[in-house]
Design a protein around this ligand. Structure first.
Ligand code: TPP
Ligand code: SF4
Ligand code: MG
Length: 351
């Protein structure tokens, strides 16, 4: 299939967004993943979210590591910047790119092997530094690309395709992201487009470290009875804490919910998150409450999904470092090399 180029023709009735682009303009190459792989549904959600948000493709940079999940950046946003890095090293490359040009929208895509094994340290530091980006972890509990070994996110007791039970405790990337200081933390399911698309939109608009763990079944190696990352298992154990709507600006709010409590979280840029609570007591702006809820429900065997935590006043790496508003890559030699007198002054101030 890979040698078949996608046709570029669009049906004349396809609707355009504010920029005049159709949804197809946000697609990438033909996917080479297994038919039914959850990762393809996540790519479709990213395409939909970027189209609905009117993202200018040249303003977005997508970065990934290694794995079936990390290959997906080739299958969406074919007109955006892209960098497929090495295994577990996407966070460092993304951080460097973000420091060099703060004006782009950064989207990191990774797998559970890429993030929770070889890349665990990088993952933790990306979150604690508050790098302004959206990190989507396509979580299937196995190393899909290397033929289905258990990954570090596989639940204890979960069975492999050949019937062996996993004995090790899992790394819960959502708990870890909360602990490390990410300012937007969510979990979703590749099979729930209605939940996932607004989450991706809200994460892309969030001016800080946004993390979405998406359970994404591997149909080749982890979709059997006994697996806790199969389509059937996730459908049966999925407990949404809330349903999210995202408005890019305050003026556009037209919908009012009738049932269940709602909470509105205004963002810095004037956009608004509106959450319909499924669990009345759930408070998404309290980090400790989010961690407690997650652990309590996990103990009951539930997979909690939805927007679990958001900080309406996030700070990012550039704020921490007090960098100038102009992206570094747009500064000239004069600003970057202010001369030996200035260097001397800086050195003196540090003595
Ligand atoms: C340094 C290094 N070690 C090991 C590998 C082999 N390898 C390739 S992909 C992968 C795991 C991918 O798993 P995951 O990130 O969960 O992606 P998935 O294929 O499941 O989407 C491994 C171990 C590698 N490419 N590079
Ligand atoms: S091996 Fe698994 S993760 Fe990889 S493409 Fe196939 S179904 Fe998807
Ligand atoms: Mg995986």
């Amino acid at each position: 299939m890979t040698y078949l180029a996608k046709p570029k023709l669009h049906h004349p009735t396809l609707r355009g967004n504010k920029l005049g682009f159709t949804r197809r303009d946000y697609e990438g190459k033909v996917s080479t993943l297994c038919a039914g792989c959850g990762h393809d549904s996540i790519s479709a959600a990213i395409i939909q979210a970027c189209w609905e948000l009117d993202v200018e493709p040249h303003r977005l940079a997508k970065l990934s590591g290694i794995g079936c999940s990390s290959k997906t950046t080739d299958y969406f946003l074919g007109n955006s910047h892209g960098f497929n890095s090495v295994h577990g090293r996407m966070p460092a490359v993304l951080t460097g790119a973000n420091l060099g040009n703060r004006d782009l929208i950064y989207l990191g895509v990774s797998g559970d092997g890429d993030s929770a094994s070889i890349g665990l340290g990088q993952f933790a530091h990306l979150m604690r530094r508050g790098v302004n980006m959206t990190y989507i972890l396509e979580n299937n509990g196995v190393y899909g690309l290397t033929k289905g070994q258990f990954s570090a996110t596989a639940d204890a007791g979960s069975k492999s395709k050949r019937g062996l039970a996993n004995k090790d405790a899992p790394v819960d990337t959502v708990s870890l992201a909360l602990l490390m200081g990410a300012t937007f933390v969510a979990r979703s399911f590749s099979g729930d487009k209605n939940q996932l698309v607004p989450l991706v939109k809200a994460a892309l608009a969030h001016p800080g470290a946004a993390f979405i763990d998406v359970i994404s079944p591997c149909v080749a190696f982890n979709n059997h009875a006994g697996s806790t990352k199969s389509y059937d298992y996730v459908r049966e154990h999925n407990e949404a804490v809330n349903r999210l709507d995202f408005w890019p600006s305050r003026d556009a709010i037209t919908v009012d919910y009738e049932d269940g409590g709602t909470i509105e979280v205004p963002q810095h840029d004037g956009s608004v998150l509106r959450l319909r609570k499924v669990h009345e007591s759930y408070e998404p702006t309290e980090r400790i409450a989010a961690m407690n809820h997650l652990l309590e429900r996990q103990a009951e065997g539930e997979i909690v999904t939805g927007l679990l935590y958001v900080d309406p006043e996030p700070q990012d790496l550039h704020r921490h470092l007090n960098t100038v508003d102009t992206p570094f890559n747009a500064l000239g030699e004069k600003e970057l090399c202010p001369g030996s007198a200035m260097l001397h002054k800086i050195n003196e101030s540090l003595r």
